[in-house]
Design a protein around this ligand. Structure first.
Ligand code: ZN
Length: 712
């Protein structure tokens, strides 16, 4: 019967998996008679009779056929209640039905009666159902009910005090554990240090972990075990998300940490089930070899260790270092050999930076300007009281800055070195070239900065990134016609700025005419033309050509996927052609129905939604994934492709903060956990499940030890 089947009895009190002790033997009639041990009784009482009731509308197992011509009777719900003398009805809580035997049993007598009793061994004589009422009124039943009541109050067993004590102890440790976990999570999310100089309670130097009250009960090894578990669990939560979304891209970068160990960071980009693009940090891996094939091996091993399938990888993004981006021996080439569908995207933010660096190198005047900015910065940073005067943007406060430097060069309270440095910087600010460059670079770099910030957003897509770079290139190219504007602004920025170019102020040297020189005089430019031709135009041309060069890297992907933007002027035949080329590029993911689906979807969505990320979200919100499966997959593929490896750089910032000079020996798993930061909240619901299991083990060990010592 169900009443006391040991396998079904899961104790609140016993540790998981431990069964209450019961013994059974066969009676003379061959029936299995179960003897319930005292421990089992405690467990059954603690669960209460409600756990074994088996109430329903019909009870087929209880049908009792009374032979030929006899009527068949069965148990009914009417038996479950009885009438009080005043006519009110109350439920018979003690009466339990067993679907396996079709009999009813008395919960109290089953546990506590020592006499032979049909309600102990199973009552099914429905013709004489009045015997239920007779049993209810019997002395033996009443005594058993009282025994049950006493036992449930915990007053009737010898060890009731110990049980109470264990319960209190358990509750106490559970509360302690909750705090420990909360403190670890709090410190982990904020990357704060755990330990201080000592481990004394109440000490001001005992670190953040021991600072809050009542978390000091667990040793540092237990604390590390928690950290390890939490790190593993957070990682697993992210991996599960990636597995659900199927497609992913890898973003990898490396940097040496404070202990001079090179750390390879792994970021995964994917589109989650809500249609949001996620770039998540997963791990740091110390490396020794920087060659392309060795790093590629590292990436493959990491993907496999995480339980992901490299055949579902669709993109990779690295900075422009040759071991990463090399066409023949870089990581990207090695990964492409394993899976040709992993398209490579050089980091757009790094590329933009390189464009600027190349442009500065192209002209000596531009080089001099940035040397001046650097000198200005060094001068301002060398003493704190100069910060307030000089660190505002160079162009915005050009006049004021010049004024401040001029004052400083004449201030006899300043040191001699400071005065001469200020004077030299002031002289440089007075040249027309410097004022021109300050305005020109301010204009250019403002746009570079804004574009770069946009590129660093994690949900940007490759087509938008390309559009941004194209618009930046057009903006820079348009500045070619604005020479007069820049010059006018530079001449008027302050009265101290020279009204002539340096070249015009210098004495022109007469060149010695050689015997083979022509008699006609050479072309001599004035200062303005010389500056325009040799500096201004060179810098702009260099910027434009570098931007074009960097844009080439994105052309293939942009042209492949621009069909997903579905411009209105694109004819259906062209759209079909382009859609077919997307389907051909991803033969294992898409089929040729993509074109038809796109044409239909184009007429369905509004103008506002014609952006891949919005299209995907609309599709998910309206549950149209199965109606337009190819469009759905194509959008996911497109959004999975990474644009920058900024998330890698962000993880390095975290690494520098976590593994600082005070925590240089921090172990790998702790670094992993803290680098997850806010992602730790992913495991919040999991805390109390895992920790209560962990806790039970520890609590029982603790109590066993305590009991052992108190009895010894
Ligand atoms: Zn009874």
């Amino acid at each position: 019967m169900y009443l006391c089947r040991p396998s079904q009895v899961q104790s609140r009190n016993a540790s998981p998996g431990r069964l209450p002790q019961t013994s059974s033997r066969k009676t003379m009639k061959g029936k299995l008679q179960v003897t319930i041990t005292d421990q089992a009784k405690s467990i059954l009482v603690s669960r209460g009779e409600t756990a074994f009731r088996n109430r329903s509308a019909k009870y087929p197992a209880s049908v009792r056929d009374r032979g030929i011509g006899g009527t068949s009777r069965s148990f009914t719900n009417a038996l479950l209640s009885c009438s009080l003398p005043n006519g009110q009805t109350v439920t018979r809580q003690w009466l339990l039905y067993s679907p396996s035997t079709g009999c009813v049993y008395c919960f109290a007598c089953k546990l506590f009666s020592s006499k032979h009793n049909t309600f102990v061994h199973g009552f099914s004589d429905w013709k004489h159902s009045e015997r239920t009422g007779e049993h209810e009124g019997s002395v033996e039943h009443r005594a058993c009910m009282l025994a049950l009541y006493n036992r449930s109050r915990g007053t009737a067993t010898i060890d009731s005090d110990i049980v109470k004590h264990i319960d209190a102890e358990r509750q106490y440790w559970r509360e302690v554990l909750k705090r420990v976990v909360a403190v670890i999570q709090f410190l982990g999310e904020r990357g704060l240090a755990f330990r201080g100089d000592d481990e004394l309670l109440g000490s001001a130097h005992n670190g953040n972990f021991l600072a809050p009250p009542k978390v000091s009960y667990l040793s540092s090894t237990v604390c590390e075990e928690f950290i390890h578990l939490m790190g593993q669990r957070t990682k697993q939560a992210i991996v599960n998300e990636i597995k659900e979304s199927k497609y992913f891209s890898v973003i990898v970068d490396s940097t040496p940490d404070l202990a001079h160990v090179d750390q390879l960071t792994f970021i995964f980009r994917f589109v989650n089930n809500d249609g949001h693009v996620v770039e998540g940090f997963l791990a740091f891996e110390p490396i020794e070899n920087h060659s392309g094939d060795s790093l590629a091996e590292c990436v493959v091993a990491m993907v496999e260790n995480l339980g992901l399938d490299l055949s579902n990888c669709r993109g990779q993004s690295y900075d422009n270092a040759s071991n990463m981006s090399g066409k023949y021996n870089g990581v990207q080439a090695h990964l492409k050999q394993r899976n040709p569908l992993i398209c490579y995207v050089p980091c757009a933010a790094h590329s933009l930076n390189l464009v600027g660096v190349n442009a500065v190198d192209s002209s000596p005047e531009a080089g001099r300007f940035f040397d001046f900015v650097q000198a200005m910065y060094t001068f301002c940073a060398s003493s704190t009281h100069r910060w307030g005067k000089s660190t505002k943007a160079l162009w915005k406060y050009y006049a004021q800055l010049r004024e401040a430097l001029n004052d400083m060069s004449k201030d006899m309270e300043e040191k001699c070195v400071t005065r001469s440095e200020a004077s030299a910087l002031c002289d440089k600010l007075d040249t027309l070239e410097m004022a021109f460059m300050a305005y020109f670079w301010d204009t250019i770099l403002q746009r570079f900065q804004a574009t770069s910030l946009q590129l660093q957003k994690h949900d940007i897509d490759i087509c938008t990134a390309t559009q941004l770079l194209l618009s930046l290139r057009d903006f820079v190219a348009a500045q070619r016609d604005n020479f007069e504007v820049f010059e006018g602004a530079a001449l008027n920025v302050t009265t101290a700025v020279s009204q002539e170019y340096r070249h015009d102020l210098q004495r022109t040297k007469k060149r010695k005419i050689m015997s083979d020189d022509s008699a006609e005089p050479g072309v001599a430019f004035n200062g303005k033309d010389k500056f325009r031709i040799e500096t201004f135009n060179v810098v702009i041309d260099q910027l434009v050509s570098c931007l074009n060069h960097r844009l080439n890297a994105y052309t293939h992907l942009t042209e492949l996927f621009d069909v997903l933007f579905m411009p209105d002027n694109m004819s259906n035949s062209k759209l079909t052609l382009k859609a077919n080329s997307v389907a051909a590029a991803y033969p294992s993911d898409l089929n040729m129905s993509l074109a038809d689906e796109l044409i239909q979807y184009k007429s369905f969505i509004t103008e506002k939604e014609k952006h891949p990320s919005k299209m995907l979200k609309t599709m998910i919100n309206l549950n149209l994934q199965s109606t337009f499966p190819n469009v759905y997959i194509a959008l996911r593929l497109f959004l999975t492709v990474p644009i920058t490896n900024c998330e890698g750089e962000r993880s390095f910032s975290k690494l520098a903060r976590i593994k600082n000079e005070l925590r240089i020996r921090m172990r790998g798993f702790a670094v992993q956990l803290f680098a997850q930061g806010p992602r730790l909240s992913l495991i919040r619901p999991w805390f109390y499940v895992t920790f209560s299991v962990l806790f039970s083990k520890r609590c029982i060990q603790h109590i066993n030890l305590k009991n052992h010592f108190s009895t010894a």
